[in-house]
Design a binder for this molecule. Sequence first.
Ligand code: NAD
Length: 338
Amino acid sequence: LYHPNNLLVTGGAGFIGSNFVHYWRHQYPDTRVVVLDALTETGCYENVLVLEGDNHFRFVEGDILDQTLVEQLLRDEKIDTLVHFAAQSQADDSIYGADAILKTNVEGTHSLLKAAKKVWLDENPDSRHRFHHVSTDEVYGALPATELAATEITPYSPDSPYAASKAAADHMVRAYHHAYGLQTTISHSSNNYGPYQYTEKLIPLVITQLLQGQCVPIYGDGQQMSDWLYVNDHNRAVDLIIRSGQVGESYNITANNAQTDLNLVQGLCALLDARFSHSTHVPHSQYITYVTDRRERCRHFASDNSKICRELGYSLTETFQSGLAKTVDWYLDQPSFW
Ligand code: NAD
């Protein structure tokens, strides 16, 4: 087992990264967490504000492309474990703004790899320090519904600039392991949901639209499917990979829980109906509107999590129902967030 002491978490003010920081501080109170985040449009310092004053926590506003800053943090903070969440994660926008995506996701990852190699390996070739890269199952590309889920050896076939940039970053991470012996691991997760998610994303968008009595569009017949993973089930898996994963390997993280969009939205309506059953209200499902599907939406990502379950003993703690209920309650409790 590997025991991290001082973590550098890039993108720790974003959705998954901030949940990871809260999870880690709670789980391992004696270890130190330094967040490096550029606070782009999806990053928000308030997501980690409650940790202000915690002397095992430090927030640094800065860019992962600033290699000098990263080297300085690795040295000054005696970082032994880098967990890399920072990315331009707006997959849909990537069709329009691929330059920014490539810069952060590919060059940014390379900047971190160069800094880790210089500070960790060039100064001590036997360094066992860890570099964990958070990737996506979108690198495998969309699959026809009839095809088996992607495993870690399925060839990459990204079909958006975002997915291509994550794939390129994965290859660089792997290359730094093989070429220089950097102790790397990679995880590929499916769609995450939970607290602190940017309200333009599907689940928080639906919850907050319903709470404001606004229409929720369903595209086509609502039968397009996605796998939904509760964010702390993702973060528990990342923790497991850092501590007991095999260096040089990659692991898929999914809930094996593909849901149609219609099922998802109806589930959220039912949860909100139950929360407001004491007051006179109309069923939330009345806000569902069906809109003609102009985009090609039969895309479907599916990856197989049997490797992490078999090799690292991973299992989920949340069901889709319990994860959605926690998420709805969090958004109800945090109106200032949205
Ligand atoms: P997010 O957009 O909420 O968070 C990204 C964070 O990175 C933000 O805080 C942002 O300010 C920061 N950032 C962006 N560019 C930066 C830069 N150049 N330097 C420093 N910080 C920078 O994204 P998220 O949904 O939390 O995703 C986190 C990671 O997980 C990403 O690598 C993403 O590819 C991966 N991922 C996300 C999902 C998902 O469903 N959200 C699924 C699979 C993988």
